[in-house]
Design a binder for this molecule. Structure first.
Ligand code: HEC
Ligand code: HEC
Length: 186
């Protein structure tokens, strides 16, 4: 089962890989320790166009938070983006889709990406990170008052309101501060 999974990942990566893939340090190793402190969160955003365009209305979600199929679906309908028009020029749209696909959760060995993928059924293509089973479970102790009823948060989609190091790709429990409530303690 594990081997099949790895083979699937490798083959889908090969299809998506382009010319500069040799400089990419991507590697799938069944023995990788996903709790390795070097790869604890998700890969931080390193594409300035993405940070600017997709960080204009909310935190620029790291591509490692959703599978490629979700990003591709989302990018095909930016005109109707959660009630907003987030349309882009075709050239930018293509460049960003390529970046997001290449860095999507299934191609990452970072802990959170692996956990998100493991929680997600193959036939599901969520458009929201917060609807993936892993994320639902991780946030089930929050009360509506802390989130939607909290004027400083508004919705769970605003990750960086509580995860003070979200921009670095880290969602570690020790860095969670709920506005108006303080440090998160289990
Ligand atoms: C014009 C403003 C705007 C821009 C630009 C924008 N978004 Fe959004 N996005 C929104 C709104 C509004 C929501 C819904 C937030 C909520 O439910 O509270 C959203 C939600 C999302 C979500 C779902 C988050 C979750 O888990 O709930 C994703 C993923 C997303 N956007 C990705 C992107 C990407 C990728 C781009 C760049 C191509 C982008 N957005 C650009 C306004 C925008
Ligand atoms: C209202 C505050 C709040 C918002 C907004 C929020 N989170 Fe969280 N997040 C939490 C809390 C609280 C936990 C639970 C920590 C625990 O007890 O393990 C958590 C847990 C997590 C974890 C697991 C951390 C761990 O140590 O196990 C991840 C990953 C995560 N959130 C990512 C996100 C992402 C991505 C977003 C945005 C799409 C988001 N969160 C939005 C408060 C928030």
């Amino acid at each position: 089962m594990k081997l099949i999974f790895v083979l699937l990942m490798l083959s889908s990566y090969a299809v998506l890989a382009d010319d500069d893939s040799s400089s990419h340090s991507f590697k799938v190793n069944a023995d990788d320790d996903i709790s390795n402190p070097k790869t604890p969160g998700v890969v931080p955003v390193n594409n300035p166009l993405y940070a600017e365009e997709c960080g204009a209305c909310h935190f620029a979600y790291q591509p490692g938070l959703l599978p490629a199929r979700s990003w591709q679906k989302l990018m095909l309908d930016l005109e109707n983006h959660f009630g907003e028009n987030a349309e882009l020029e075709a050239e930018e749209q293509n460049a960003l889709t390529a970046y997001m696909t290449k860095n999507a959760a299934e191609f990452s060995k970072y802990k959170r990406s692996v956990k998100i993928m493991n929680s997600l059924a193959k036939n599901k293509t969520p458009l929201r990170i917060i609807e993936t089973p892993y994320m639902v479970k991780k946030h089930d102790e929050l009360t509506p008052k802390m989130v939607v009823g909290n004027p400083e948060v508004k919705s769970l989609s605003y990750c960086n309101k509580c995860h003070t190091k979200a921009i670095t790709g880290s969602y570690s429990e020790k860095d969670i501060v709920i506005p108006g409530y303080g440090n998160w303690e289990d």
